[in-house]
Design a protein around this ligand. Structure first.
Ligand code: NDP
Length: 341
């Protein structure tokens, strides 16, 4: 897979370029550039500097120029959120497969349009919800699906972190770029809940605040979701909590799952199952989340399976996150409207 990286971003530098290069059969990068052909940045200097630092052979300021290169197969989009839609539509129109960062768009209608465009063009379009690729989350999902905890009654997801200084920028002060903790973290939690429980939230109530970091956007949110089965979910996201730790609990009629330190980019944390038989540690592999996600994306482009999180998953996680924000802004319970795809 020969990639265009749209966005001289931190996530591409820290996780995705290494994940592209970790694929079996890929080149190793360095001067030859590996499997990343080009980075697209709005700034000539930033793009050139980024390409040099990451061993990428080309830098462009114009996505159309990069897309015209027939030697590329796929585009990874990790610009600020307001750019995702137009860049994805351009890549799809050029016949490239697209792996798009979350939130995939600023509105649910735009997100649905991206999925439909990819379907029409016959290209793979996926959302980079990395937590689905964590062996810990896959182990939890299997426990729930196997009935080990019986009927799911409730879930609690705690994902209040401290946003490191190098990631603060647009996330804490730029609503037009898609800033705020809800499009940043609640959207991941929405996908995680859907993935682990295998059902959709139908309505939400919520509250949000700017508790010290956010300027013009929320930096903390709490919400309660009613699931289709009647189960309830409590969700907490923040940029301002240095010592809270992350995790989730799922409580069922026959058992409970306690997972700590698992809402992370690294294959870390602990999963425990508690039933009438006692407490049991659930083992899981320490595989890199992003490498797994890229491998499944590449397989899907070749007709084998589906991406870990599809475009449709990206539409749904956005619909839930935006409903949380609307519920918090209005003080009214919001029914979640999923577009008919
Ligand atoms: P960054 O802030 O690192 O990069 C986003 C954009 O900011 C870049 O495309 C770049 O524009 C611009 N930029 C970078 N450095 C500068 C600078 N010094 N001055 C001005 N502009 C600059 O974003 P992240 O990597 O944190 O996030 C990018 C996307 O990835 C978001 O959509 C986010 O939600 C998502 N994300 C997903 C994660 C996941 O695990 N799935 C984790 C982290 C982020 P240009 O390209 O024009 O140079």
């Amino acid at each position: 897979m020969r990639w265009i990286v749209a966005g001289a971003s931190t996530i591409a530098a820290e996780y995705m370029i290494p994940a592209f290069r970790a694929q079996a059969g890929s080149q190793t990068g360095g001067e030859a550039g590996g499997d990343v052909r080009c980075v697209v940045s709005a700034s000539v200097e930033r793009g050139r500097d980024y390409a040099a630092r990451h061993g990428i052979p080309h830098a462009d300021t114009d996505l159309a120029t990069a897309l015209a290169d027939p030697e590329t197969d796929a585009v990874y989009i990790s610009t600020t959120n307001e750019k995702h839609r137009d860049q994805a539509l351009a890549a799809i129109a050029a016949g490239k497969h697209v792996l798009c960062e979350k939130p995939i768009a600023m509105t649910v209608a735009d997100a649905a349009g991206m999925v439909l465009a990819a379907r029409k063009a016959g290209v793979t379009f996926a959302t980079n919800h990395h937590l689905r690729c964590s062996a810990s989350h896959r182990a939890i999902r299997a426990l729930v699906a196997s009935g080990r905890i019986g009927r799911v009654l409730s879930m609690r997801i705690f994902h209040a972190v401290h946003l490191p200084p190098h990631l603060q920028g647009w996330r804490i002060d730029n609503p037009a770029a898609g800033g705020g903790v809800i499009p940043d973290i609640t959207v991941h939690d929405a996908d995680t809940v859907r993935f682990l429980l295998g059902e959709e939230p139908v309505s939400v109530v919520g509250a949000m605040s700017a508790s010290g970091m956010g300027q013009g956007v929320e930096d903390s949110a709490m919400s309660v979701w009613q699931m289709a089965s009647g189960a309830m979910v409590q969700s907490h996201e923040s940029f301002t909590h240095p010592f809270a730790g992350s995790g989730l609990e799922i409580h069922g009629s026959e058992g409970s799952i306690f997972a700590t330190g698992v809402m992370t980019q690294k294959p870390l944390g602990r999963v425990e199952l508690v039933t009438a038989r006692g407490r049991e540690d659930i083992p899981f592999a320490a595989t890199d989340l992003y490498t797994t996600g890229v491998a499944e994306f590449i397989a899907a482009t070749k007709g084998a399976g589906r991406p870990a999180a599809t475009g449709e998953d990206g539409v749904k996680s956005l619909a839930i996150a935006l409903a949380v924000r609307e519920a918090a802004a209005s003080g009214q319970r919001q029914t979640i409207h999923y577009p008919d795809l």
